[in-house]
Design a protein around this ligand. Structure first.
Ligand SMILES: NC(=O)c1ccc[n+]([C@@H]2O[C@H](COP(=O)([O-])OP(=O)(O)OC[C@H]3O[C@@H](n4cnc5c(N)ncnc54)[C@H](O)[C@@H]3O)[C@@H](O)[C@H]2O)c1
Length: 340
C-alpha cells in the first residue's frame, strides 16, 4: 500500500508492505553513495539487506538507546560523510527506530543544507509515528529533542515483518503512540485495542495503517506544529518530563518513550476515558503508575518547548476521539505530577 503525504514542498510516499525491505533497491534510489545509519540493537540482517541494494555503501552504527541521540552521534556521521566525499546528490538512510530516524533526519537536514533522506523504521513506534511528519533532532543538555529541524523524508519504507525480532515490550512501547492517536482522533482504532486481547499480523497491519492515516491527516494540515499538530503531543508534556529524568539518570532506561507517553496520558484525560484507557494499557503491559522524583520531573516539564511564563500548553481528552487544547499553570502541572 502507498500512502502519499503532502507537504509544502511537494510530498513523499510511505510504502507500507510486508516484505518491502527486500525490495529497497526497487523502491528507493540507492544506486549512488549511500550512508546507512543504524544502531547496535538493530538486527544486522536488516542493515545488510539495505546495504546489498546500494551503489556505494557507507555505514555508521551508533550505540542503541536514547542516550545516543546526541550531537556527538551527529558529528560522527557528518565526519564520515565528509571523509567519504558525500555530495548533495547522495543520500542517507535510517534503518532503525525513532532514535536513529530522528538523528539521521537531522543530519540529512543539515549536511550541505539538505540531502535526500530515506527512513526505514524498524520499531513499532517508528512505524506508527516517528518516521513520518518530518520532525528530526537530538537531545541536548538533558532536554529532549531541543535541537532539530523540520525536514521531510524522500520516502518511508515500512515493512511490518521486521517487527518479528522486536521484544514484546518494545512492540507495546510503539503501540502506545497508536493508542494516543486513537484517543484524540479515532474511536474505531481505540475499539481495536479494547476488543483484541492479542494482536495478530493483520491486526498489527490495521493499527499501523490507521495510525499513519491519522498522523498523515494531522501533519498535512499543520506541517510545523502551529496548531492542530499539538494533538500528537497528547501524553507527552508530562511524559517527556518523566523520560528526561529517566535518561539523565543514565544507564539502562527505566521507561521507554511510549511507556512515558502512556503514563502521561493517564493524567490528561477525563475519569471516564481513564476508566477505559487503564485496561487497554494494562493489556499491553504498559505502565499506569510509577514512582518518580516529583521535583526533577517538574523541573524537566518546565523546560518543555511548549512551556512559557504562563504555563504549558497541553492536550486533554474529555471523551474517546475528542480533545481540548488547554493551558496548565506551573502549579497545576506540579499537582498533576503528584498524581503518580
Ligand atoms: N520524530 C517524531 O515525530 C517522533 C515521534 C515519536 C517519538 N520520537 C522519538 O522516537 C524515539 C523512540 O523511538 P523507539 O521507540 O523506536 O526507540 P529506539 O529507536 O531506541 O529503538 C528501540 C530499541 O529497539 C531496537 N530495535 C530497532 N529495531 C529493531 C528490530 N526490528 N528488532 C529488534 N530490535 C530492534 C533498537 O536497537 C533499540 O534498542 C525517541 O527518541 C522519541 O523522542 C520521535
Amino acid at each position: 500500500m502507498i500512502i502519499p503525504v503532502k507537504t509544502t514542498l511537494g510530498g513523499y510516499d510511505i510504502v507500507l508492505e510486508r516484505g518491502a525491505l527486500a525490495k529497497a533497491g526497487e523502491l528507493l534510489e540507492l544506486n549512488r553513495k549511500v550512508m546507512i545509519v543504524s544502531d547496535d540493537g538493530v538486527p544486522g540482517q536488516y542493515i545488510d539487506t539495505v546495504a546489498g541494494a546500494c551503489g556505494e555503501v557507507h555505514k555508521v552504527i551508533i550505540g542503541k538507546g536514547e542516550t545516543h541521540k546526541t550531537l556527538d552521534s551527529f558529528q560522527m556521521i557528518a565526519d564520515k560523510m565528509l571523509e567519504a566525499g558525500f555530495s548533495r546528490k547522495d543520500c542517507i538512510v535510517a534503518v532503525g527506530g525513532g532514535v536513529v530516524g530522528d538523528l539521521t533526519g537531522f543530519v540529512a537536514s543539515a549536511y550541505k543544507r539538505g540531502i535526500d533522506f530515506y527512513n526505514i523504521p524498524t520499531t513499532s513506534l517508528s512505524q506508527v509515528d516517528s518516521s513520518i511528519g518530518g520532525k528530526t533532532g537530538v537531545n541536548y543538555n538533558n532536554v529532549k529533542n531541543i535541537i532539530g529541524a523540520f525536514y521531510q523524508p524522500a520516502k518511508v519504507l515500512i515493512d511490518p515483518d521486521v517487527l518479528k525480532t522486536l521484544s514484546a515490550r518494545q512492540i507495546s512501547n510503539g503501540l502506545s503512540e497508536a493508542v494516543k492517536m486513537s484517543l484524540t482522533s479515532d474511536p474505531e482504532l481505540f475499539a481495536i485495542f479494547e476488543q483484541n486481547d492479542s494482536f495478530d499480523d493483520d491486526t498489527i497491519d490495521k493499527i499501523i495503517e490507521k495510525a499513519l492515516l491519522i498522523k498523515k491527516s494531522v501533519v498535512e494540515k499543520d506541517e510545523k506544529e502551529q496548531g492542530l499538530r499539538k494533538i500528537l503531543n497528547f501524553g507527552h508534556t508530562i511524559g517527556h518530563g518523566i523520560e528526561t529524568v529517566c535518561v539523565s539518570a543514565g544507564g539502562e532506561q527505566e521507561f521507554y518513550h511510549g511507556e512515558c507517553v502512556a503514563l502521561g496520558m493517564t493524567v490528561m484525560c477525563s475519569d471516564e476515558v481513564r476508566a477505559r484507557l487503564i485496561p487497554v494499557l494494562e493489556k499491553l503491559g504498559l505502565p499506569t503508575s510509577c514512582k518518580i522524583d516529583e521535583e526533577k520531573v517538574f523541573e524537566a516539564v518546565k523546560q518543555d518547548k511548549k512551556a512559557n511564563a504562563d504555563g504549558i500548553s497541553a492536550v486533554f481528552v474529555p471523551e474517546v476521539g475528542k480533545y481540548k487544547l488547554v493551558n496548565i499553570t506551573l502549579d497545576e502541572a506540579r499537582n498533576i505530577i503528584k498524581k503518580f
